[in-house]
Every structure is written in C-alpha cells, then in structure tokens.
Design a protein around this ligand. Structure first.
Ligand code: 5GP
Ligand code: MN
Length: 336
C-alpha cells in the first residue's frame, strides 16, 4: 500500500484538473498497457487532461484495449511527445522500476522533468526517481496495484466496465491466466469485482490468446523445433534467428509467451529464449523459472537485465552462438 501522507499529497494534486502523462515501459506488455489505460480512464472521468505515451509500439494483440488508438508513441512522434511531457503537471510511470526501462530516448526526456511523479510497480529493486513510490514485489501485476491504488484514493466508484477491462487484461497476462505463484485470494477478489463491473472476461481471453495469425503458429512450431534440453542443469532453451523471424513474417508480439513452453517439460525448472534482433544488434533474452531459482539475479548478473524471481529479461551484445556458449558456461558454474 502507498503511505497515507503520499495518498493525501496525490489527492490534493488531483483535486483540480491537471495535465497528466502516464508512461509504461518500452516494449509494453498486457500489464503495462492495461495499467496505463486503466488509470487513464479513471483520471479522464475526473476531467484531467490525460495522455498515455508509450516509448515504442505496443503489440497488435492489445490493440483492442479501449482507447489504445489514442496512445502516443514516443519514438514515432518525438517532438509532439516531448512537448506534452514538458507541459505535464504530473507523471505516472507504471510497470517498471528504473527510467532506462523506457529506452534511451524517452529516458533522456523523462530525466529532465521536475514535476511530481508517481511510480506504481511490482519489479525488484526500484530506483528512487519518483516523488511518490508504490513498489511491492508481492503483487503479481501492476494492474492489481492500480486497483488497490484507486481504492486508496477512494475513487473505486469510477471503476466502470472500461477501466475493469483494462485492469483485467494485465492481471490475466501477468499471472499466466491466474496460475503463477503471486496469484492470491486478493487477486481473485479483485477479479471477481472487475467481473461484476460487467466485463466480458471470456471474450478478453479470446482477444488475447485466440487471435494468432497462421504465421505466428508456424513460428511457434519453428521455436519448438529449436528447443534444446540440458537435463544436467534442469534447463531448456529456445533460439530464434532473425532469418527465422523473417521467414514467418514476424510481427511485434508474435514471440510473446513462447518462452513458457520450455518450462512445461517434466523436471525442468529453468528456461530461456534467445531472439536475434539484427537491426538493434542485440540478442533479446527472456528467462523463466519454477521454484527458488532467481532469474532476476541471473539476468542482472550476466545479461544486462532484471525482472522478477521467476520471470526476467535481458540482452546480449554478442552474436547468437557466442551468447548461447556464454549461457551454457554460466550454467556450468552456477547451476549444478
Ligand atoms: P519478458 O521476458 O516477458 O520480456 O519480461 C519478463 C519480465 O522481466 C518483465 O517483468 C519485464 O519487465 C522484465 N524485463 C524484461 N526485459 C528486461 C530488461 O532488459 N531489463 C530489466 N531490468 N527487466 C526486464
Ligand atoms: Mn507487470
């Protein structure tokens, strides 16, 4: 929960109409988009002038979220977004713990601002950049935190079907459809309340998960063919080269969720997916674990990343083969 004096301070800022910008992390996922749009639809009802600015494009499988078409993209509309940021009187940063998670360009713009800011986030080791920080790794999603934050502000009457649809989306995507360990009775109570607001919960699952292109499934097939087993380390990993992505007409979001297949094998408690990004010159990596193996530390220590204990990401500046060799060498020393 946020401290009472912080809630009072935020309430007094919100007492009169303000220019407010809400920011998710770069490569925003369901929780990042759901939480920013959920809060956006609350603040709009209070007559604030609210804009969501995402650092870069969000995936198509989220493009049905209410008013997602109004989200501005910083790296596409640099001057417009910079001007809006500079006029903002309050900034919310949601679902990330350090400004560099917005990418170099947006980080530079955010760093220079001096207006009050609010961080709401559930990742480990938050930076102290925000004026008001609500950071708690016990939550499974930022959307659930926004739900509690709305209650702390006594604005729960504003949770309508639209807000509930956005928040439900982030809870579903970040909890692996209510199966990851941070799914609590509080999560289910929150979800019960959101369903009572009239959301089409089953339809939201269809929109999120049953909307693949044919190519996306073929790409998944390719990824599964590339799956490697390292039973001595209880580990699996998947690779996808840029050529393979191109072969299946890769669209943003197509690789979302593929990493989880590596954990579905009996006896495996650690998995990774390595995806080549030729243009950026990096290998983007996602890590997942079951139980005590801390992939946040693993990503931080070895692959320029971070995240949560059981789900983290990072990147490598070596080529794909070298990155895999490094990965296996690290396993040999750290995971006997
Ligand atoms: P994903 O593997 O789905 O991209 O990310 C898993 C989790 O790790 C997410 O919570 C995400 O925010 C975090 N994460 C992913 N990539 C990075 C990264 O490069 N740096 C940090 N600090 N966290 C990341
Ligand atoms: Mn999240």
């Amino acid at each position: 929960m946020m401290q009472i004096h912080e809630i009072e301070a935020i309430k007094s800022i919100l007492a009169t109409p303000k220019k407010i910008t809400i920011v998710p992390h770069r490569n925003p996922d369901g929780d990042a988009m759901g939480s920013t749009l959920g809060l956006y639809h609350i603040l709009k009802q209070l007559q604030h002038d609210v804009v969501v600015i995402a650092p870069n494009e969000f995936p198509d499988f989220l493009a049905w979220l209410p008013e997602s078409e109004k989200v501005l993209i910083f790296e596409r509309s640099f001057d417009t977004c910079k001007a809006i940021l500079e006029k903002s009187e309050l900034i919310f940063t949601l679902d990330f713990n350090a400004l560099h998670r917005t990418g170099d360009q947006m980080e530079n713009a955010l760093k220079t601002l001096t207006v009050p800011s609010v961080m709401i986030d559930h990742h480990q080791a938050p930076d102290g950049y925000a004026t008001y920080t609500f950071s708690d790794t016990a939550y499974g999603s930022t959307c659930e935190m926004v739900y509690d934050f709305i209650h702390q502000l006594s604005l729960e009457n504003l949770i309508n079907k639209t807000v509930a649809t956005c928040l439900y989306t982030g809870i579903v995507t970040d909890s692996g459809s209510f199966r990851f360990p941070k799914t609590t009775s509080a999560t289910h109570k929150c979800v019960a309340d959101l369903i009572e607001k009239g959301i089409n919960n089953s339809e939201i699952h269809n929109l999120l998960f049953d909307n693949s292109s044919y190519n996306r499934l073929l790409l998944l097939g390719k990824a599964l063919q590339n799956l490697k087993m390292l039973p001595e380390y209880k580990t699996t990993y998947i690779t996808l080269t840029q050529d393979e992505l191109n072969e299946f007409g890769h669209q943003k979001g197509d690789t979302e969720g593929i990493v989880n297949y590596g954990l579905s094998i009996k006896g495996i408690d650690f998995t990774a997916i390595f995806i080549e990004h030729k243009e950026e010159g990096i290998i983007k990596i996602s890590f997942r674990s079951q139980g005590d193996f801390d992939v946040n530390q693993f990503a931080r220590n070895h692959f320029n990343g971070g995240g949560h204990i059981n789900a983290a990401g990072g990147k490598s500046f070596s080529n794909l083969d070298e990155t895999i060799q490094q990965f296996i060498a690290i396993l040999a020393t750290e995971k006997k």
